[in-house]
Ligand binder design. Structure first.
Ligand code: IVH
Length: 677
């Protein structure tokens, strides 16, 4: 070993740095309670990176510098699980849950109530993490239960997975296998899908598929860019530590630095579990992630041992699922809705049915092609499903129940709201009402503008907007800023509250003029531009004017903006009617600049592009160094690029920059430029 020639103080410092970084990582990602500022953390990580560069032989696979994403693999290796990863038996109602409890009592010939641990059942993908002498060595998917795929490099990119067992309170055992569920928060899932659609990639059907798909990427840098998280819920084989209860296992996992769901509880008897199930079902829709039920586990490990397992599931645990999110019902009618961009969407009107605790009577059929593909007809029996909080959709037709009286659907030729002939451009799936004065699209566009994720104007819900459009007080959202208290008073039914109510709405409209820039961009209702895209656009452009002037090529330089989005933005701003709306907003004093203009700064007006990995700085840090000095970062080289910062293995950008005469900088020159600025 070379370590003999390395000064002791370096070895000590390396160890210290890794411990400190791991600990801060745990405080930040697992506990969400950081104890140092980000810059301090970055300094530690930078010091470690420099030392490891100086002494590459000391880089270990569990060093915190190794999270960034290793080189792509050809294929995944197979990993054999020391103990099989079996599944859970399901219960779908209270009766089945009670039966489970009675069965256990019969099995053990006992009448005593069990102590149970109750946990949310995460809807993600199961994984196993192996730690040898406290170090994360192998991580794998469940696979067929006995063999999974080696996804170690991908799991390392998930910050909530410790690379080393924390051993401040409890020493790490010689061998530790931890099991848990990798998942994606709903909000992040929505953003990811939005980005994918914008880049012409197919959307993931649900967060579970998104998590599983992200984890099974051969290129770990792709996984690193996906917002995955983990909750750990159990152990496999452990050597060097024993436990008496499952509760103790979970508590110890926490002290070792693993993320355990804070909603876990302990209780005695099946009634406690049923009560927990009720509580969880109520909490469910407020949670940031999807769960599909609870898991109930016998707490005593000695009893677990006695109970043992059946072929595919342990006897001591039960997945007690929530009411089905799929149901069957009949299609009474198929109507079409006119959306904010004029998109005409077919919707099934159904016999009301309860799905996952909510009564629904409408389901989206997406577009004409989807209706044809699923062959949904009036009078059909259909299977519908709700995924999370989205509008239910028709999964399939139950053709066995057809009588022959069902009537096929025909997309209307004219807009059901304004009577204008509908258009469907070649190659597009969406049918539209082209009339900018269509009442349907007008009201939707204004509702979107005033909505929670846009200008967030209190008091401007669907009812008010319809009244305003009906009374010809507004034609588009630009008109909102010219309304007066007097306009609203007649619209408010309760006369005793009309003056107050009217001035509240006017105040809310006034207040919205100061909303952050990204909200304004989102509010415009540009096709394919949702919250996530609006945020990157707001980072990139200084004002609406700036964005309106940008060519398609410039728009394509914004990270996350693809062909379709760029074309749609151009189309929006090229439309004279939209230009008129924006003029109205501007004249009314709607703020269209970020709160703190970043244009001021030594790098104002300078545009940077990065290519290849830099030796010392992470891409994020380097970018932040530019933007905090007022400069811009683009993803591709153009005539407007001032500097190309070149790291290891530069790509085609380097050649393009040379061609255009853009000045290339290496990391040292880049840092020098920043220092001088
Ligand atoms: S315990 C032998 N606990 O559900 C016990 N599983 O249907 C193994 N799951 O593959 C699992 N949340 O991926 C357990 N709190 C939880 C869970 C959980 C989600 C998943 C897990 C497993 C599947 C079984």
């Amino acid at each position: 070993m070379l370590q003999g020639s390395i000064p002791q103080d370096i070895l000590t410092r390396l160890k210290e740095l890794r411990e400190q970084i791991n600990y801060h990582n745990y405080r930040y990602y697992v506990l969400d309670e950081p104890v140092v500022a980000d810059v301090e953390f970055d300094r530690l990580l930078q010091e470690l990176t420099r030392l490891e560069e100086q002494y590459p032989e000391l880089v270990t696979p569990d060093s915190p510098t190794q999270r960034v994403g290793a080189a792509p693999l050809e294929k995944f290796e197979t990993v054999r699980h020391r103990q099989p990863m079996i599944s859970l038996e399901n219960a779908f109602n209270e009766g089945e849950a009670r039966e489970f409890d009675e069965r256990l009592k019969r099995f053990l010939r006992s009448s005593e109530d069990f102590h149970y641990v109750m946990e949310p059942k995460m809807d993600g993908t199961a994984i196993e993490l192996v730690y040898e002498r406290g170090r994360f060595t192998v991580g794998s998917t469940r696979g067929d239960g006995s063999r999974g795929e080696n996804v170690t490099q991908n799991l390392k990119t998930i910050h909530t997975i410790p690379l080393q067992v924390l051993s401040r309170e409890e020493p790490a055992p010689a061998l530790l296998e931890v099991r848990g569920e990798v998942y994606m928060d709903l909000e992040e899932f929505k953003k990811l899908n939005e980005q994918r659609l914008a880049q012409g990639e197919p959307a993931f059907a649900n967060p579970r598929n998104a998590a599983a798909g992200s984890l099974r990427q051969l290129d770990p840098t792709i996984t690193a860019a996906r917002p995955l998280k983990i909750y750990c819920y159990g152990i496999g084989e452990v050597q060097g530590k024993s436990f008496a209860t499952h509760w103790e296992v979970l508590q110890t996992l926490k002290t070792w630095g693993f993320r355990v769901n804070p909603l876990i509880e302990r209780g005695v008897g099946i009634e406690a579990a049923i009560a927990y199930h009720h509580r969880l079902e109520h909490q469910r829709h407020g949670l940031p992630y999807e769960i599909d039920g609870m898991v109930l586990k016998v707490d005593s490990l000695a009893l677990q041992e006695r109970l043992g397992a059946k072929a595919r599931s342990p006897r001591w645990a039960l997945a007690y699922k929530f009411a089905a999110t799929q149901e069957t019902t009949r299609v009474l009618d198929i109507v079409v809705n006119v959306g904010r961009t004029g998109a005409v969407t077919p919707m099934a009107v159904m016999e009301p049915v309860e799905v996952g605790g909510v009564t629904v009577s409408r389901a989206t059929l997406h577009n004409e092609d989807e209706v044809a593909r699923k062959d949904v007809r009036l009078g059909d029996w259909v299977l519908i499903q709700r995924a999370g909080d989205v509008i239910p959709e028709v999964v399939k037709v139950i053709t066995e129940r057809r009588t022959g009286a069902e009537a096929p659907f025909q997309m209307p030729k004219v807009c059901p709201v304004c009577g204008t002939p509908l258009v469907r451009p070649e190659g597009e799936k969406v049918t539209r009402c082209p009339n900018p004065d269509c009442f349907g699209s007008q009201t939707r566009a204004i509702m979107h503008f005033a909505g929670k994720s846009a200008m967030d104007i209190d008091g401007l819900g669907e009812k008010r907007v319809i009244q305003l459009v009906n009374a010809a007080l507004v034609r588009d959202f630009g008109d909102l800023y010219y309304l007066t208290v007097g306009d609203f008073i007649p619209l408010i039914a309760d006369k005793s509250k009309s003056t107050k109510g009217a001035s509240n709405i006017i105040n809310a409209i006034e207040k919205s003029k100061k909303q952050p820039f990204w909200r304004l961009i989102n509010a415009l209702g540009i096709r394919y531009v949702g919250e996530a895209t609006a945020q990157v656009l707001a980072q990139h452009f200084q004002s609406l004017e700036d964005m309106m002037q940008a060519s398609k090529e410039e728009l394509l330089q914004v990270e996350g903006v693809g062909e379709q989005v760029a074309a749609s933005i151009r189309e929006y701003f090229d439309n004279p009617q939209n230009q008129e709306i924006i003029r109205k907003l501007r004249e009314a004093g709607v703020q269209e600049r970020p709160p703190e203009p970043r244009a001021a700064g030594p790098l104002a007006g300078k545009s940077f592009v990065f290519t290849g990995g830099l030796p010392n700085l992470s891409r994020e840090e380097a970018k932040a160094m530019v933007t905090s000095r007022g400069g811009k970062v683009s993803s591709s080289v153009s005539a407007k690029t001032d500097y190309l910062v070149v790291g290891a293995d530069p790509g085609s950008k380097f050649a393009k920059a040379k061609e255009l005469g853009v000045e290339p900088l290496d990391e040292a020159a880049f840092e020098e430029l920043l220092r001088r600025s």
